[in-house]
Design a protein around this ligand. Sequence first.
Ligand SMILES: NC(=O)c1ccc[n+]([C@@H]2O[C@H](COP(=O)([O-])OP(=O)(O)OC[C@H]3O[C@@H](n4cnc5c(N)ncnc54)[C@H](OP(=O)(O)O)[C@@H]3O)[C@@H](O)[C@H]2O)c1
Length: 273
Amino acid sequence: MQQKKLAFIGAGNMTRSIISGLIQSGYDKTRILASNPSMPKLEALSEEFGIQVTQSNDEACQFAEAIVLAVKPQIMADMLGALTANNDLEGKLFLSIAAGLPVARLQTMLGGEYPIIRIMPNTPSLIGKGMSGLYADDTVDRDDKDYADSVMGAVGETVWVDREDGINGVIAAAGSSPAYFFLFLQAMEEEAVSMGFDKSVARLMVQQAMLGAAEMVCHNPEIELSQLRSHVTSKGGTTAAAVNTLIEEGLQETVSKAMRAAVARAEEMATQF
Ligand SMILES: NC(=O)c1ccc[n+]([C@@H]2O[C@H](COP(=O)([O-])OP(=O)(O)OC[C@H]3O[C@@H](n4cnc5c(N)ncnc54)[C@H](OP(=O)(O)O)[C@@H]3O)[C@@H](O)[C@H]2O)c1
């Protein structure tokens, strides 16, 4: 992995998880720095990972060859406005993980066409099982794309999209989707409780079933999902009774409607900040 001097502006949850992954992957901790307005998160990062920390975004900017923009979208304009006013940004690579902020909008905030890679990570990145989508236009060179890929590869899998609106598809399929699975499990847990199981037993059963199913999917990439399902569904059996009910009740249509709603909301958010 290239070892650019890497600064994180905003030391929240996502920064913490990416730094954790990078350190575990052998990234030189002296080449990582994080900035944040308040000290407690910085102190925790410094103590746990031995990285450099600062309350000054300007210091972070001056240190860095690559900068991860990891603040909430609604404060990005003010933060970048100050950064642009106080620093020479020439030659720096920007990696933005902020949801809903297109490259062109970020370039306007930065006041120039600096190389920007947009990244959409998801929450399981916090435990190293993330799925990130990445996008960069043609002005970003191969080395920088490879670098961004290896940074996010430290917390999970990566996919690249050719067009920026593909990021909204990543949001629907991966960014927001852990919550779909949580909802499905919740419904199953509630039904198991109503069948008389203790809540802890109900939860154990459904979570272990999902973990096993997910591992089977991951270990058998050559087997279609429909085939994995048919392998465990005997005709006329209990699984068939349940699965047919889900299909008849419109599960597939509901899922596709939900994913389209996520895309629509992402498009709407892109116009807000
Ligand atoms: N978490 C996810 O699963 C996820 C997924 C996809 C994308 N993202 C994106 O990742 C970004 C960070 O998310 P997060 O979950 O890590 O949020 P977070 O935990 O709220 O972290 C944001 C951090 O930014 C700091 N901050 C506020 N103003 C700042 C400034 N002017 N300069 C520097 N730092 C400043 C905050 O500090 P204080 O707390 O001290 O104010 C906070 O530590 C967001 O844009 C979000 O859209 C997150």
